[in-house]
Design a protein. Structure first.
Length: 310
């Protein structure tokens, strides 16, 4: 087995994993970070179904995370894999081999993967694959890496998958992963009432320079009336389906530089191709990212300036 010196780079992977909990588009950066740790590696996040039409792949090589139908995993052949299981590609039964084990050039793959989530006959699996000849050198190291990252990967996936649906995790789970981010993140109701707030956001919204104390209904309010009007206009555009992402630059009180606040729809299947549609009867929610954040990888609708800014 080849010794892989990856501990010093785990911080980068964990940071990108936390960002992925906000929006699935950031999973591309997680997969790319994992690929950089191993020569010739290919990392994929796949939904595993009983048939080809029920499967799909989100590929790191495609910046928009385009869904590729036909991953062709056999979920029935993988029933023994429980949530959190770390497995080696070489250990999968022949009946459960995914198409991702073979590229178009016909080269089989080694490596390892982790089961992030299971629901009914579907699994969500993240795997880091290498050419089969390198499997003996890297399989154990990849499995060890995934084992160390397992709690972060599973929590982040559950949040990005469940936000705005009946499967949304509790507030403590959401904040536990968002607290790792230096950027402020707030889960908001349609009326801008905070439902979950990370530590960075708590520090920003209590400075009184950009935000006023919570209103009588507990809603988030900008300190300057004009800022507050533009913030609410941006939120309403998302709530009423006119936009998926809006960015408002708050000028604040006696501030030399504006503070960007990006509002993003959650629990939708539009625009950024959310993992699943908004469940009926669930309160409309959105995420506010306060401060500069990494760009959305190839998402043409993401992080665009709100019309309210112009």
């Amino acid at each position: 087995m080849t010794l892989i010196q990856f501990p010093g780079r785990l911080g980068d992977v964990r940071e990108k994993t936390a960002l992925a909990s906000i929006c699935p588009c950031h999973w591309a950066a997680v997969l790319t970070s994992l690929e950089r740790l191993f020569p010739s590696a290919s990392a994929v996040l796949e939904r595993v179904g009983a048939g080809a039409a029920d499967s799909g792949r989100f590929c790191a090589g495609n910046p928009t995370l385009r869904r590729i139908v036909g991953a062709r995993w056999d979920a029935q052949g993988l029933d023994y894999l429980s949530v959190g299981t770390i497995f080696r590609m070489s250990e999968l039964p022949e009946t459960g081999l995914p198409s991702s084990r073979r590229r178009d050039d016909g080269i089989a793959h080694g490596g390892a993967g982790i089961v992030l989530h299971r629901r009914a006959s579907r699994l969500w699996v993240l795997s880091v694959q290498v050419p089969l000849p390198l499997g003996d050198r890297y399989d154990a190291a990849i499995a060890t890496l995934l084992r160390r990252l397992a709690p972060d990967l599973r929590r982040s996936f559950l949040i990005s998958y469940g936000l705005g649906t009946t499967e949304q995790p509790d507030r403590a789970t959401i904040e536990s992963i968002w607290d790792e981010l230096s950027v402020g993140v707030v889960l908001l109701s349609a009326g801008l009432r905070p439902l979950a707030v990370n530590t960075a956001a708590e520090e920003i919204v209590t400075t009184r320079r950009f935000f006023a104390p919570l209103g009588c209904r507990g809603s988030l309010r900008a300190a300057v009336n004009n800022d507050n009007d533009r913030l609410r206009l941006a939120a309403s555009r998302i709530v009423y389906g006119e936009s998926d992402v809006e960015t408002v630059d708050l000028k604040g009180v006696r501030c030399t530089a504006p503070l960007p606040v990006t509002l993003r729809a959650v629990g939708r299947g539009t625009g950024s191709r959310r993992f699943n549609a908004l469940a009926k009867g669930v309160e409309e929610t959105l995420v506010a990212i306060i401060g500069d954040c990494e760009p959305s990888y190839g998402n043409t609708n993401a992080l665009r300036a709100s019309a309210a800014n112009r």
